[in-house]
Ligand binder design. Structure first.
Ligand SMILES: [Zn+2]
Length: 237
């Protein structure tokens, strides 16, 4: 992975203050058509689990549509296999990431906590192709700290949904603001999008970098510089 590619595409998301709990409706859908989830749609699908039989039927249809024979030996079990895979890849739709942040410890520690290089794999909602990379999460506690593995779990749950990287970044940041009441939260995601590397413009080396800054990391330039140097600082390249 060429770590320098795209390093400078910083895109700070606008502060969103109305988001709470797990009810993060998609903000700023990439397309202008507004074809993302509405809050209502998200609530509507939330109680359900993944309907694997339905996926299997649909995959069989795709195989027929591309001119394949879904009954030939090599493909016979493919619809069921893909259905089980999608159930796993989209399991985060039916989980509340906030649960991971409910158990915190009261600590007077008031320096930056950073967990770097949390690997993740998510699915781009525009192509249903994976994008994968690393998440870096930092926060400045306000009396509450969580187990470090919980941050990784939050990333996992949020990643296992149809996603765009920008929204994923903001969702993670807002969860920490809401549930840890941190003085500051910084989330940076770096990812390779297979929809860019295997199709379309075919740029396998490109890395998309997104960041969401909240609280002091947004308002205070030196605090923000400190967290960014902690995240990117001592990389050998
Ligand atoms: Zn895509």
């Amino acid at each position: 992975m060429n770590r320098d590619a795209g390093r400078f595409q910083y895109r700070d998301s606008e502060a969103t203050t109305h988001l709470g709990e797990d009810e993060n409706p998609p903000q700023g859908d990439q397309g202008a058509s507004g074809d993302g989830w509405s809050t209502r749609a998200y609530k509507a699908i939330k109680p359900h689990t993944v309907d694997q039989a339905r996926i299997a039927r649909a995959v069989r249809e795709i195989l027929i549509a591309i001119g394949e024979d879904p009954d030939r030996e090599g493909l016979r079990e493919t619809p069921g296999r893909v259905a089980r895979m999608y159930a796993e890849l989209f399991s985060g739709l039916h989980e509340d990431p906030a649960i991971q942040l409910q158990k915190f410890f009261s600590e007077s520690y008031d320096e930056i906590v950073l967990v770097r290089d949390i690997t993740f794999c998510s699915m781009c909602e525009h192509h249903l192709l994976p994008f994968m990379g690393k998440a870096h999460i930092a926060y400045l506690p306000n009396g509450r700290v969580v187990g470090l593995s919980k941050l990784a779990r939050v990333v996992d749950v949020v990643a296992r949904r149809p996603q765009v990287q920008e929204r994923m970044t903001e969702t993670i940041a807002d969860l920490l603001v809401t549930h840890l009441e941190a003085k500051g939260v910084a989330v940076v995601l770096e990812a390779i999008h297979t929809c860019m590397s295997i199709r379309g413009v075919k740029k396998p080396e490109s890395i998309c970098v997104t960041s969401a800054m909240r609280g002091v990391f947004r308002s205070n330039l030196s605090t923000r510089a400190e967290v960014l140097s902690l995240i990117f600082g001592n990389r050998g390249g």
